[in-house]
Design a protein around this ligand. Structure first.
Ligand SMILES: Cc1ncc(C[n+]2csc(CCOP(=O)(O)OP(=O)(O)O)c2C)c(N)n1
Ligand SMILES: [Mg+2]
Length: 303
């Protein structure tokens, strides 16, 4: 059976799922001893909204030819994707504990040949949008109606190959393609939007009018707060509703905070990657409210 769009959860349900996803990211990386935190947390509300409310996918048939496609072009955020795939039922939640081990299906960067639900391998930044444009073009040629989604980082926009597909996708009329750019304002080493920025090490794209640039190349830009579930939902509707209408691919420019949801990681470029201490994990647990605190064991009655 062709996978169908899921019934959309409420905003409260999405928020709870996102808190769970954020906890799974930070706790899994703490257990494995290495991994990325900031990007997976900034992207979590978008990923949860996609996997639980938008994508026409079926965890029991991860290779279904008519499924919507999702490419995590910023592949270093793999643990964010794996957490959501596990929560959505593509593989057991327990398997997250194997993250980044040599014999695991969950490598540090996504491998489409290993992991159920991963549609393209990534990790070398800049390549995902070209792969996605290819999938969207294939859908068009094969007469299929699936939609292709590609998530990029704002630092990743510096890769030249991104712009080759930005230039070419509108020429093929790929309105069945949507890029999502996670505009968390930071990449690996800092600083684009900070006041003390002397513009000497800043990220070039941080000072660019991306809406104008994408419009100029023939895309439909949709600018949103990437932590507002209502805005995300409307952006998805606009992007998929556009399909077949005017040949423009869509780009969702999502303003986010790197490390979102965990106080010590939020806005801190040093948490691009990192391993939380036990004390930091306790803070994250308290702030995310997940997992629920264990109930107090019953006190022995005094006789
Ligand atoms: C081609 C390539 N160059 C460099 C790297 C190393 N690298 C990994 S993550 C990263 C920063 C990415 O920043 P951004 O795209 O903003 O990701 P996010 O903030 O969402 O984590 C870099 C430079 C890479 N993976 N691939
Ligand atoms: Mg970034």
């Amino acid at each position: 059976m062709t996978p169908e769009k899921p019934a959309r959860p409420s905003d409260d349900e999405l928020a709870a799922l996102s808190r769970e996803g954020r906890w799974r990211v930070i706790s899994t990386v703490a257990a494995s001893g290495a991994g990325h935190i900031g990007g997976p947390l900034s992207a979590m509300d978008l990923l949860i909204s996609l996997y639980f409310g938008e994508l026409r996918i079926d965890p029991a048939q991860p290779q279904h030819p008519d499924r919507d496609r999702f490419i995590l072009s910023k592949g270093h955020n793999a643990i964010g994707l794996y957490s959501v795939l596990a929560m959505r039922g593509f593989f057991p939640l327990d398997e997250l504990a194997t993250f980044d081990r040599g014999d695991s299906r969950l490598q540090g960067h996504p491998d489409m040949k290993l992991t159920p639900g991963v549609d393209a391998s990534s990790g070398s930044l800049g390549q995902g949008l070209s792969a996605g444009a290819g999938m969207a073009l294939a859908a068009r040629r094969l007469g299929k109606t699936f939609h292709t989604w590609v998530m990029l980082g704002d630092g990743e926009l510096e890769e030249g190959m991104v712009w080759e597909s930005v230039i070419s996708a509108p020429r093929y009329g790929l309105d069945n393609l949507t890029a999502i750019v996670d505009l968390n304002g930071l990449q690996q080493f800092g600083w684009p939007r900070q006041e003390h920025d002397r513009f000497d090490r800043s990220e070039p794209m941080g000072h660019t009018d991306l809406e104008a640039v994408f419009t100029g190349f023939g895309w439909r830009p949709i600018r949103i707060d990437g932590h507002d579930f209502g805005a995300i939902r409307r952006a998805f509707d606009e992007a998929t509703g556009a399909r077949g209408s005017d040949g423009r691919p869509s780009v969702i420019l999502a303003d986010t905070a790197k490390g979102r949801g965990v106080s010590f990681a939020e806005g801190a470029y040093r948490w691009h990657n990192g391993v939380a201490t036990d004390a930091q994990l306790a803070v994250a647990h308290a702030e995310l409210g997940f997992p629920d605190p264990q109930p107090e064991p019953p006190k022995e009655s005094i006789r």
